[in-house]
Write a protein that binds this ligand. Structure first.
Ligand code: K7E
Ligand code: CUA
Length: 663
């Protein structure tokens, strides 16, 4: 959530007072002397945890080490990447394809590490694109985006991705309700109540390879689904979604969607939905969406358009969905490690309700409803409620769990994190954040087995925390040691883009499976060049394929003649190195399609259209050896229709050829 502007309508005078006083005067003094030691990781030493952090409006996912806060890598997911050529190289362009065409930049909010038995298994991490609804799977062997699946009938894929305890499903709820894709969407906006619909997608994940596919969608009432979490343990088989705008407003939501005292958490019995699906109750409806898969063998992405999706109507099919009233405009919806307690964080509420899974089940059994909402039963608040945390803070957003019976909740307005006990609902500790915290992360904090050494707060505002850099300041994270009685701030570090949700995991689970280079023998890219002797330049009409190799410190070929204006030149560059951490780069003067960064054993293709007569330099852009600066060459471009023959070489001077133009 980005910089909420709380309206006067929604806040009491007391709350406003607190907002103004939320920034302690001597923020710098909040860190005591012992802190530096706790966050210090000596040069050459590894961090204890990987921290995967959403990049918000950057569209990427970044990886930090904890406790040092060192940036380890930015993984390109939903945006073109000026570092690796992701989204620019011919191999990766299809990854950013959608039913709207190629989209070079999206907005990434939430992450979900794959789980087995409710624990992180270190295989994949899933990420959402918020703007043009998509879910990505990142392979944690290579830290590459392996797959991106578009979601039809959705808009603003916010409550996504959230995962079940054995990665059976990755689930995605739409933020905006909209008319379904196959309906006539040319309707007045104020016909929201009649024509709009909320959609939840259940994406099944192949157990072995991770491949994603939409198993079914739920057709739900038109509200805004904000966040979500799966049940676990006793509540495995259920999913919980926070909903706002149950007023079903379509304008000035700031006021119009803040009317009701309580909105909802929607409980979804997905095992029941599976039964209906098996019984053939799903309706196949036309829907156009795109599925992009990166094939590791060919190192090439393919984009496929799908035309159909199976929908279950939760109004017709009873016992899938139930609404639970939740004060007020709930944002985070978090389930504790036992699966019994569901925490709804009402942004405008002065308390935190904690719901009991057992009580929800009992209420459903007794039909303890206060009525229905668009045909869906609404459970009585008191019947679902375990209890309320009183006066926790202002503007609760998100909750993580420490596995020792405590929850830690972030408070955007009062700018603090607050630890409270789940059983007695008493506040135990509170610490300020600097400033306006959004999400929180404890390693494994939304699983059955949290590893509660640290909590990380991801903040929206950093003014006065860092040296000024003009009007724009990076967002930041703050690391707290939570191993003792009091939470202790030990480190600040800036982040790439705006961090929303993040996940962290013990480094041991990932680091030993990490691939060091691609084996050249296993490279099945159709344009691979497996040795310098195999390099060549092939003309097919106005297309020219350059099969090029790179190894310290030269390209083969590095002199090419016979290219003509208007030729489409494909530089297929294979990095022949078979060693960890020896990439080569590739740049072509004037190429509007960016550059390449090629990992050892990998082939990457840069498409370039020769647009001017002349000599075009090419060179390696990654400092790969002492003679990196010598890793360069030339391409001669002759006029269209010239008779300069196609020649290529490295290390010998080609014959002088006549460049006279045919008249
Ligand atoms: Cu709270 Cu998009 Cu998860 Cu941001 S959302 S903070
Ligand atoms: Cu290869 Cu520098």
């Amino acid at each position: 959530m980005k910089k909420i502007n709380f309206s006067l309508v929604a806040l009491s005078a007391a709350a406003l007072f607190a907002m103004n006083s939320c920034k302690p005067k001597n923020a710098g003094n909040a860190v005591n002397a012992g802190a530096a030691e706790k966050a210090y990781v000596a040069p050459g030493r590894y961090d204890e945890f990987y921290n995967f952090v959403s990049g918000g409006f950057s569209g990427q996912v970044s990886v930090y080490g904890l406790p040092s806060g060192r940036l380890l890598r930015v993984i390109p997911v939903f945006s073109n990447d000026p570092q690796s050529g992701y989204g620019y190289s011919e191999e990766t362009k299809p990854m950013l394809n959608t039913s709207h065409g190629s989209i070079p930049w999206d907005d990434q909010h939430h992450l979900a590490l794959s789980q087995t038995n409710g624990e992180i298994d270190g295989r994949w991490i899933f990420a959402n694109a918020n703007n043009t609804p998509r879910v990505a799977r990142i392979d944690l062997k290579t830290f590459n985006t392996a797959e991106i699946l578009e979601l039809p009938n959705s808009a603003g894929n916010h409550s996504s991705p959230f995962i079940t305890e054995n990665t059976e499903y990755v689930v995605a709820g739409t933020r905006f309700s909209v008319p379904p894709d196959n309906a006539n969407g040319d309707v007045p906006i104020n016909s929201y109540k009649q024509n709009f619909q909320g959609t939840i997608s259940f994406i099944k994940v192949d157990k072995e390879h991770g491949g994603m596919d939409i198993a079914f969608q739920l057709n739900c009432p038109p509200v805004d689904f904000d966040l979500s979490h799966a049940g676990k343990g006793k509540s495995h088989g259920w999913f919980f979604f926070s909903c706002y705008n149950t007023e079903q407003a379509n304008t000035l939501l700031e006021v119009n969607a803040s009317q009701r005292d309580k909105d909802f958490i929607m409980a979804v019995n997905w095992k029941k939905a599976e039964e209906y699906l098996k019984a053939g109750k799903g309706k196949k409806i036309p829907a156009k969406y795109v599925h992009n898969v990166y094939d590791e063998a060919t190192q090439t992405a393919k984009s496929e358009t799908k035309n159909e999706v199976t929908v279950l109507d939760v109004k017709e099919l009873k016992d899938i969905c139930y609404f639970i009233p939740c004060p007020k405009s709930p944002h985070g919806c978090d389930v504790d490690p036992t699966g019994e307690y569901i925490v709804g964080s009402g942004k405008l509420a002065a308390l935190i309700p904690v719901f009991s899974f057992d009580k929800i089940q009992a209420a459903i059994a007794k039909k303890d409803y206060i009525g229905d909402y668009n045909g869906i039963p609404v459970i009585k608040y008191e019947s679902a409620l375990y209890g309320e945390v009183q006066k926790p803070g202002l503007g609760p957003l998100h909750t993580e769990f420490d596995g020792k019976g405590n929850a830690i909740t972030s408070f955007f307005v009062s700018s603090e994190i607050v630890k409270w006990n789940i059983k007695d609902l008493k506040v135990i500790d509170r610490q300020p954040t600097f400033y306006s915290v959004g999400h929180l992360c404890i390693p494994g904090g939304d699983t059955k087995k949290p590893n509660a050494k640290y909590v990380i707060a991801y903040n929206k505002i950093t003014k006065d925390r860092y040296l000024p850099t003009g009007p724009e300041l990076n967002q930041s994270a703050q690391l707290y040691d939570i191993s003792g009685d009091k939470m202790q701030l030990i480190l600040d570090f800036p982040t790439i883009g705006e961090p929303h949700y993040a996940q962290a995991v013990s480094a041991d689970l990932i680091k030993n499976n990490s691939l060091k280079f691609f084996k050249i023998d296993e490279n099945k890219n159709p344009y691979v060049t497996k040795g310098e002797g195999a390099s060549k330049v092939v003309r097919e009409g106005n297309k020219v394929h350059v099969y090029m190799t790179a190894i310290r410190s030269h390209f083969v070929p590095d002199n090419i003649e016979g290219i003509k204006v208007g030729d489409e030149v494909y530089f297929h560059v294979t990095n022949l190195e078979q060693d960890w951490d020896i990439p080569h780069g590739f740049g072509v003067k004037g190429a509007p399609n960016a550059e390449l960064l090629i990992m050892p054993g990998e082939t990457r293709t840069l498409k370039w259209t020769a647009d001017k007569v002349g000599i075009i330099p090419i060179y390696c852009t990654d400092f790969c050896s002492a003679l990196h600066q010598e890793m360069q060459g030339y391409v001669r471009v002759s006029p269209a229709g010239s008779n300069v023959p196609l020649l290529f070489s490295t290390g010998k001077n080609m014959p002088k050829t006549d460049s006279a133009q045919k008249k």
